[in-house]
Unconditional design. Structure first.
Lengths: 121, 121
């Protein structure tokens, strides 16, 4: 993996292996990736605290890693996980950290309407 | 959104709105997010070229944005998209940039076996 683009870090996207839901995005340094691979539990590097943290180490809501996929440039990983504990990944108590929508004019207009390519003016 | 953590950039995860497949991860600065919201097509900031690029501007494989979700910390976005053109998002010709697996000892051991929490030694 190429850790050089973000000062030693790569983004790690966490996706529920069963539902396909995107749950969170964390950052990993090389050590966090190694720990994740050897323990089987998603472990990140906390930018604010400057150290490794295993997701769920206090809450019990650990993320058991089923598969790790790397992208074409080898600068991002995708973790396919099983949620343990109560299954709520976000520290707010939501299942996913992505629970709020940004207003998006084009998408609202297009919402629910199936359009062929080229019709999306 | 908080663009301060990565020198003006946030990660943008792109997910197929229909299949749930994670297709790619790009980075956005504030302008890229504004262009994405106003045009409805996923637009990123290229770290290597130092400028905006709309995905598919040359290949035609644009990404029509259906929904934009922000995470709890407001430092990452998730784009739910419809793939246009031939639908292959990766520049290698693959549908998703995440087409290679990293070997993962624990996951291989656990693969296909449903385990209760705590049994995953």
């Amino acid at each position: 993996m190429d850790f050089s683009k973000l000062d030693g870090l790569i983004p790690a996207v966490v996706q529920d292996d069963r539902s396909g839901e995107v749950l969170m995005v964390g950052f990993m340094n090389e050590e966090a990736l190694t720990v994740t691979r050897t323990t089987g539990f998603a472990t990140f590097f906390s930018r604010s605290r400057g150290k490794l943290w295993t997701k769920g180490e206090t809450s019990g809501n650990r993320l058991q890693v089923r598969r790790i996929l790397k992208d074409c440039d080898e600068d991002t990983v995708l973790l396919r996980v099983t949620r343990l504990g109560d299954g709520n990944v976000c520290h707010t108590g939501e299942r996913s950290c992505f629970f709020r929508e940004i207003e998006n004019g084009q998408a609202k207009v297009a919402g629910g309407i199936t359009q062929a390519a080229g019709e999306d003016k």
